[in-house]
Design a protein around this ligand. Structure first.
Ligand code: 4AD
Ligand code: MG
Length: 477
């Protein structure tokens, strides 16, 4: 008799004499019906026990959260709600639970409470569905790149550079913080630190990915990135996973095509492979929507929103056009925005991005050709001398999902830019080398994986789509 998963048993259309299954008790009803889940599917398998066959003392230990092993016969279900069920022959308690203190009671818990119990929250339907979807999306990411000739590259986690130049890095050091070696001027002497220089956790694998694109052609990274940004929002993490493809000989238009095709592909993958979890999350979201005022409710369900993205072209709009739209928009004229758009050059806040995607275009939008001075140093300067070949992809309900650009491939222009921003040429000598030896047009982007998981699951807080969120003042687990 071999053990099967709940998912395997539920998809079985024949009855089976001897089945064996292990899982955690979700509920035990009327001393007769055990709802058992093993994480393989959102659905539980019903195990029917005959009170006369099993000791009372044993049945008392069948409580919510306990791990059990059941053997029996898989039969067509007598009751409603499931096609098959197990008539239990033997039942073994693998691990008791304490019904008094077990945090995951069979009732509705708030997400805040579940965050405090993140080690057990995947025992709930919502979080097991979200995390299965997260896993499926990661697989789809690798599948897409693999099928399209990309090499998977592992960029370093510890680095000396701050790719985005925003100064939001976490220092990596093993100096004695109480008594660090000092320079004559009193500053810390990092030459004596572990790596002989100042180092930090990476904010992006892009710069290193560029070096591999300029030899392997098409590469991508998919790894953790770290930002010491003190923004406590529902869309920011201090540790998040980023997908960063980088391609030689590809310009900004090619970059937009790649990003759009990629996102449609991974979302199609979950539509095809994760329908049960999506249907569950869709229903959860509908129930949540019912508690909101009519005006705030979404006119599309979760699956409809995903299909809409897969089936429709993203709208491509230049920054300049977007500023015109925003300047003439109602919330700008009526001073409803917190930041009023006065003139060209303004950085867009999330309220503006949301207006564009949710109110004006009502679809994903690719904004491109931003003013040079609000974007990172490595972006390709346009012929107008004031805009760069940058693109941001904005999603309804999420805001910025992707940030990318064509890279500055001209050595002199790049050096000038770095000088203006006080970025050390010595530090990035290897990055400049790429522009000295066989430079060429190349482009790439970064997609915040958790924001993609938020979109695909309909979860409203980024802390609920990563197993153990790291945010300011919080690194539990
Ligand atoms: O726009 P960003 O900062 O771009 C880069 O880092 C480039 N080097 C990427 C590249 O071209 N290879 O970040 C890219 C994406 C954002 O669009 C957003 O989705 C996500 O990363 N992101 C965050 N996600 C969660 N928490 C944060 N604190 C994030 N910061 C950025
Ligand atoms: Mg960005």
């Amino acid at each position: 008799m071999n053990s099967k998963t709940v998912a395997q048993l539920l998809s079985q259309d024949v009855t089976l004499q001897d089945v064996s299954i292990k899982g955690w008790v979700r509920t035990f009803r009327a001393n007769r019906f055990i709802a058992l889940n093993d994480g393989s599917t959102i659905n539980n398998i019903q195990c029917v026990v005959d009170f006369n066959n099993l000791e009372e003392a044993l049945l008392k230990r069948v409580t919510t959260g306990a791990a059990i092993h059941v053997t029996g016969e898989l039969v067509e279900s007598q009751g409603k709600g499931q096609s098959v069920e197990i008539v239990v022959k033997t039942l073994e308690i693998l691990g008791d639970s304490d019904p008094e203190t077990y945090p995951i009671q069979p009732k509705k818990h708030s997400f805040e409470f579940l965050r405090e119990n993140a080690h057990l929250r995947t025992r709930t339907n919502t979080f097991s569905a979200v995390m299965r979807l997260r896993s499926s999306l990661s697989f789809a990411v690798h599948k897409y790149f693999n099928e399209n000739g990309f090499n998977y590259m592992h960029t370093p986690i510890i680095t000396g550079s701050d790719a985005e130049g925003a100064g939001e890095t976490f220092r990596v050091s093993n100096l004695d913080s109480k008594n660090p070696p000092l320079n004559e001027d009193g500053s810390v002497n990092y030459k004596e630190d572990f790596f002989g220089k100042e180092t930090n956790l990476t904010v992006s694998g892009q710069l290193e990915a560029e070096t591999y694109a300029m030899s392997l052609g098409k590469v991508y990274t998919f790894g953790p990135t770290f930002r010491a940004e003190n923004s406590n929002t529902s869309r920011h993490l201090s540790e998040f996973w980023m997908i960063e493809p980088e391609v030689a000989f590809m310009d900004l238009a090619g970059n937009m095509d790649l990003a759009e095709d990629f996102m449609k592909s991974v979302l199609s993958h979950v539509l095809e492979n994760n329908s049960e979890d999506l249907e569950f999350l869709e229903k959860r979201l509908l129930d949540e929507e019912k508690t909101k005022p009519q005006a705030e409710r979404s006119d599309m369900s979760l699956i409809e929103k995903i299909k809409f993205v897969v089936d429709n072209n993203f709208k491509r709009v230049s920054y300049t056009e977007a500023i015109d739209i925003l300047k003439n928009s109602k919330p700008n004229k009526k001073k409803k925005f917190n930041y009023i758009i006065e003139e060209w050059g303004a950085d867009l806040q999330s309220e503006h991005e949301r207006f564009l995607v949710e109110k004006h275009f009502k679809c994903p939008v690719i904004l491109f050709d931003y003013p040079a001075n609000i974007k990172a140093f490595y972006m390709r300067l346009n012929e107008d001398g004031k805009t760069v070949r940058a693109m941001d992809i904005l999603f309804p309900g999420i805001g910025e999902m992707v940030g990318g650009s064509q890279r500055e491939e001209r050595l002199d222009v790049l050096k000038e830019k770095m000088k203006a921003l006080d970025i050390s040429e010595e530090e990035l000598w290897w990055y400049l080398d790429l522009r000295k030896y066989g430079t060429a047009v190349h482009s790439g982007f970064g997609l915040g994986f958790e924001r993609l998981v938020m979109f695909a699951t309909g979860m409203g807080n980024i802390r609920d789509v990563i197993p153990y969120p790291r945010t300011p003042q919080n690194a539990e687990f």
